[in-house]
Design a protein around this ligand. Structure first.
Ligand SMILES: Cc1cc2nc3c(=O)[nH]c(=O)nc-3n(C[C@H](O)[C@H](O)[C@H](O)COP(=O)(O)OP(=O)(O)OC[C@H]3O[C@@H](n4cnc5c(N)ncnc54)[C@H](O)[C@@H]3O)c2cc1C
Length: 471
């Protein structure tokens, strides 16, 4: 360890790992003692964008991080309250001279960072902040005119061609001063949340690394062909790991570029397709950074002020998976049971919400955020605006997915549907490919709550009318 500074504080946020951690690596170079701190936020009084499943996963990740830091000889300090107050108190108590943190993509988080930097300046504390949430920063992938991209395809071509940053070495040990008090690790009770039933995904960086290794070594050769089939585990399932920074994108990129050297043609295709999916994630982070107004408004100005319908009892049917559209209901029940929904089905359920129910995408966006383990501000907003036809690189508003046809294409044998809707276990899967008429598919399964063809026409009318009014 180099001298010059006695103590540094690392503010852990959504980077809950030890491996390839820029803050830990820098702090271990510059400081003799390091205080890693996680500040438990009191979000529950401010918004409804978080729910029990994701908070439980967060708690488990913190437990795992605390154990990992202990193994290195350090300690995770837990504090609560507004971050500025908590960090000020810790800086004073520990007489720390440097604060390290990874930057947040969320505009609210960025405001906190600005206030924190100003506070540190008045306290004479140095600030080292790092970009970690995506592989490349929002200013690194720009058009030839130095402008942000508004469309995915040219962004992804530029992004794919660029050299990616390399991982930093993982630190071998850590010393945390013993006399600094810590609160208990949070539990759901900390936020007054009740536990939810359902399988718990293993949390922490080792579990995340294992998921990625399985995806890379067992699934990548079939990824291209199977990623759109919700009945199989054809995708990596690492989205929640990226959400909480359990695995670093730099090490993923390094492993992929190593793996491609000895890959079969199918594996090469898989790796390339996988990188293109990561590029979607990077694209949506860039959109959020350059156009933070997307969190409130339609990305495409021509669609601002669309007359969405007021939610009625059909909202409950969508939320609870009882719309009578098997593919929609299966997706919503998978989400409720596991905190995950397959990407193809996210598109189907979100398009059904905006284009069949004509509900405001912001309401669906917030429901997903409450229930998804991987609930990610940029990707969720991007996915919802894409589905609503209002977003960057939007499917033109007149491209409206038909849930029956989507079923025939992506779950022809109804395996996914039957897994999540036991009432339909004995129904011939071909019946999921078109509306059932007046007879329910099963005695305890509802008739469809709407007619897709009728609502499709209504959606086209709404968009066309709005467009005409704008001109
Ligand atoms: C309406 C809607 C809402 C969504 N909300 C979220 C969200 O809150 N959080 C989230 O991480 N993803 C979201 N997605 C994107 C996508 O559905 C998930 O990333 C994916 O299903 C995660 O599964 P996986 O890790 O097995 O993906 P894989 O297919 O293995 O992909 C690897 C990684 O690439 C990224 N990725 C893949 N597809 C997309 C995409 N379309 N947009 C952005 N990133 C992508 C993810 O980080 C993912 O983990 C949403 C998509 C839609 C249509």
């Amino acid at each position: 360890m180099a001298g010059g500074c006695r103590t540094g504080v690392i503010w852990y946020r959504r980077d809950l790992r030890i491996a390839d951690h820029l803050g830990l690596a820098a702090a271990s170079q510059l400081c003799d003692a390091v205080l890693p701190v996680y500040i438990v936020s009191n979000w529950s009084q401010h918004h409804n964008w978080t729910g029990s499943k994701r908070q439980q996963f967060l708690c488990d990740c913190l437990t795992s991080l605390a154990a990992g830091l202990r193994e290195l000889g350090g300690r995770l300090i837990i504090r609560s309250g507004p971050p500025l107050d908590a960090i000020r108190a810790l800086l004073i108590e520990s007489r720390a001279e440097i604060l390290f943190f990874q930057k947040d993509p969320d505009p609210h988080g960025q405001r906190v960072e600005a206030a924190l930097s100003a506070m540190c300046a008045t306290m004479g504390v140095k600030v080292h902040s790092f970009h970690d949430v995506s592989l490349l920063g929002s200013e690194e992938v720009l058009t030839a005119e130095n402008m942000p991209y508004r469309v995915y395809t040219p962004f992804s071509k530029n992004w794919l061609a660029r050299e990616k940053p390399k991982p930093v070495p993982t630190i071998p040990s850590l010393r945390t001063p013993p006399d600094i008090a810590s609160e208990e690790l949070p539990t759901l009770a900390t936020w007054g949340l009740a536990p939810e039933n359902g399988p718990q995904l293993a949390a922490g960086e080792n579990a995340a690394q294992q998921r990625f290794e399985i995806a890379l070594h067992q699934r990548i050769g079939q990824y291209h062909d199977r990623r759109d089939i919700p009945a199989v585990t054809g995708t990596s399932r690492i989205s929640q790991d990226l959400r909480f920074g359990l695995i670093s994108l730099r090490s993923i990129a390094a492993e992929l570029s190593d793996a491609i050297k000895s890959a079969s043609p199918a594996e090469r295709t898989g790796i390339h397709t996988f990188l293109k999916e990561l590029a979607w994630r990077e694209f949506y982070f860039a959109i959020l950074a350059h156009f933070p107004e997307v969190l409130q408004e339609e990305f495409s100005p021509q669609w601002r002020g669309l007359p969405w319908d007021e939610p009625d009892e059909k909202l409950l049917a969508w939320q609870s998976g009882t719309t009578g559209f098997p593919i929609v209901d299966a997706g919503m029940r998978e989400l409720h049971a596991t905190g995950f929904m397959h990407n193809r089905v996210r598109m189907v359920t979100a398009m059904f919400f905006t284009k069949d129910l004509h509900y405001d995408w912001r309401i669906g966006e917030s429901w997903f955020m409450q229930h998804l383990l991987d609930g990610e501000i940029a990707s969720n907003n991007g996915g919802w605006q894409w589905s609503a036809g209002t977003g960057a690189d939007a499917a033109p508003y007149f491209r409206i997915q038909n849930p029956w046809t989507q079923t025939a294409r992506h779950d022809p044998e109804g395996i996914y549907i039957k897994r999540w809707i036991p009432e339909l276990a004995d129904v011939d899967a071909r019946k999921f490919h078109s509306p059932p008429g007046n007879k329910p598919l099963a005695p305890d399964y509802p008739l469809p709550i709407l007619d897709h063809d009728t609502e499709r026409l209504r959606c086209l009318e709404i968009f066309k009318h709005h467009k005409a009014r704008q001109q």
